[in-house]
Design a protein around this ligand. Structure first.
Ligand code: ARG
Length: 597
């Protein structure tokens, strides 16, 4: 089905037409139509326009009103008047609201159109490091990246996911050398493979931690081992088979752990999209060659560097991007440059997104600019979606009491535990009989939803405080509030018996119904904006407002006891469309909406 024009779009169109009929030179002027408290909409555009044309804004506004075409059947505009210095206050007809919503409800996409010209986006997100724990920074990248993937795919964009995991570099020499000298270090003990992915994930991580600690200790204390570890790096990079095999074991072990965390987070990460730093190893020589021959990079003290006029250290000396170290080694920058060539050249991306911590902003600025100078990337095609830091309640970067980074698994475990308690208590209060299994399932959906929502409802670039008490609260801007609103609607729909949700455009609407209806009508435009600016927090804000409008409606307008059949049906219709919109919106954020809570 084609997209459903919103009432705002229809009204704007009418005003534009009346404006150009009243004043031909104003044909392309924007009437600046907004939602308003005074009426449904207010158009302020006449003010600036009259000023520009040295006319009187009130007179111009009055002319626009005169030129509005008369609507005989199914009028959209029910009232329009000039107010203040020359605004137009516009009220839409109740029937127009209901008809538009009925058109949305009849469409399985709720009237949300596909992008007119979908492109190909490669998105780099959730990129933890092999043999290391996942921490809250990886939580942000995973949750934000997953939401953006969903939002873009929903628009019809071709999305290619890339998990640029840290699986390469000198520290692997140490790990592999140790593993070669202690071949049983990663062996799985007799601990029978448990059904719970979480447990085997934990076991994998603890084996890796042990390997890391022991090899590190040896590396720091034994010069001979240190030398062997360094030689091992060279063997790894040149593709020595035995070395590669050991490396593979370490990566695989990490993947077991990552997948356990992804399962807990309810995020899908596909193996074919895990293309780590190692995948670009064979392209690095070519990157160096091309940058050097084109003069984009120059040798400086043996290293291959790219310089920028506006990037200087505290001492005023330029800080270069180092593509190749003086010892011939490649680092993070070279890999990212090779990845850009792959993503643009081979994958055909026209947009590259990087969901990465804001603290890496300088790195990406230099990498993008280098790729642009080299002709591998067009201006503005790459963008870092830089996110802020997760803070503890003390306002400092989130750490344990001992000053260590907080393990993501511990954090998620606690969130689920708290949420489970909330679900249990609410069920008991509400007389909802849930089995232990159902409580556990819902506890996970609510707890993980709470963590995701807290992250996604803050604008990405801002830091936020990780406060579980607030996150699982039933009141306020939380996913739990939205999930309960959804479940409450489902319960009404179940209780409705024979009464069906049916739109009745002939009915007059109560103020709370109009407010809810007009907000529902904004879903498609909200989503389009969110997809264009990559701002999931605007979708979260929209959904929170939706639930709030619904709460007011629910308080003021009895549904099943509304009296006459048409009103019951129409209110059920509003309930149903609200539920579908909440469900769709939450799904785009990667958050579940249980049917019963
Ligand atoms: N592995 C890195 C980290 O944990 C993030 C990688 C970001 N992506 C990239 N293409 N550099 O900090």
């Amino acid at each position: 089905m084609a997209s459903v024009p919103s009432l705002a779009a229809t009204v704007r169109q009418r005003v534009v037409e009346a404006l150009s009929a009243a004043l031909p030179e104003a044909a392309s002027a924007d009437p600046l139509l907004r939602r308003s408290d005074r009426a449904d909409f207010q158009a302020n555009g006449m003010l600036a326009l009259a000023k520009k044309l040295k006319g009187n804004p009130r007179e111009l506004a009055a002319k626009v009103v005169e030129r509005l075409p008369e609507e005989k059947e199914n009028p959209v505009i029910a009232g329009i008047e000039v107010s203040g210095p020359g605004f137009l206050n516009i009220t839409v007809a109740d029937g127009a609201i209901t008809r538009t919503l009925a058109a949305r409800a009849a469409d399985e996409r709720l009237g949300v159109p596909h992008a007119e010209r979908p492109g190909t986006t490669v998105i780099d997100y959730s990129q933890p490091n092999v043999a290391k724990e996942m921490h809250v920074g990886h939580l942000r990248s995973t949750v934000i990246g997953d939401a953006i993937v969903r939002i873009l795919e929903h628009r019809g964009e071709k999305v290619i996911r890339r998990h640029h995991i840290g699986d390469w570099g000198t520290q692997f020499g140490m790990l592999i050398q140790y593993l070669i000298e202690h071949p049983h270090e990663l062996d799985h003990a007799e601990d029978a493979p448990s059904a719970a992915g979480g447990e085997s994930g934990e076991a994998a991580m603890s084996r890796l931690n042990r390997l890391y600690k022991q090899s590190r200790a040896l590396f720091d204390s034994d010069e001979e081992f240190k030398r062997r570890a360094r030689d091992r790096v060279v063997l790894l990079q040149s593709g020595d088979e035995r070395t590669r095999e050991m490396w593979r074991r370490i990566v695989d072990e990490s993947m077991i752990y990552f997948h356990a965390v992804y399962d807990q987070l309810d995020v899908e990460v596909r193996d074919e999209d895990v293309v780590g730093e190692s995948a670009y190893n064979d392209d690095l020589q070519q990157v160096v060659k091309d940058l050097e021959s084109s003069g984009v990079a120059v040798r400086s003290e043996g290293a291959l560097c790219v310089f920028f006029d506006d990037v200087k250290g505290p001492d005023g000396k330029p800080v270069p991007l180092i593509v190749q170290k003086s010892n011939g080694g490649f680092g993070y920058a070279a890999t990212d440059l090779a990845a850009i060539r792959d993503r643009v050249g081979k994958l055909g991306a026209d947009t590259l997104l990087y969901v990465v911590d804001a603290r890496q902003a300088l790195h990406f600025k230099m990498v993008f600019e280098t790729a642009r100078r080299a002709g591998w990337l067009s201006e503005g095609a790459a963008r870092q979606l830089a996110f802020g830091t997760v803070l503890g309640k003390d306002g400092k970067p989130f750490k344990t009491r001992e000053g260590e980074t907080v393990r993501l698994v511990d954090l998620l475990g606690e969130a689920v535990e708290r949420a489970t308690a909330v679900v249990r208590e609410k069920a008991e209060q509400g007389g909802l009989e849930l089995t232990e299994e159902e409580i556990a399932e819902r506890g996970a959906q609510v707890g993980i939803g709470a963590v995701k929502y807290a992250d996604l409802s803050t604008s990405m670039s801002r830091d936020y405080v990780f406060d579980l008490d607030r996150m699982v609260s039933l009141n306020g801007d939380t996913s739990v509030y939205l999930q309960y609103a959804y479940a409450r609607i489902q319960s009404i729909l179940r209780k409705a018996g024979d009464a069906r949700p049916v739109a009745h455009p002939e009915l007059t609407l109560a103020p709370a119904e109009r407010a809810l209806g007009l907000h529902l009508d904004e879903f498609a435009e909200t989503l389009a904006g969110v997809a264009e600016t990559y701002e999931p927090h605007k979708l979260a804000a929209y959904l929170y407002q939706l639930a709030s409008h619904y709460t007011t409606f629910y308080d003021q307008c009895p549904v099943l006891k509304a009296g006459d059949e048409a009103t019951v049906e129409n209110r059920l219709f509003l309930c149903d469309l609200t539920a579908r919109t909440l469900h769709q919106g939450m799904a785009l954020l990667g958050i579940r909406t249980p049917e019963r809570l």
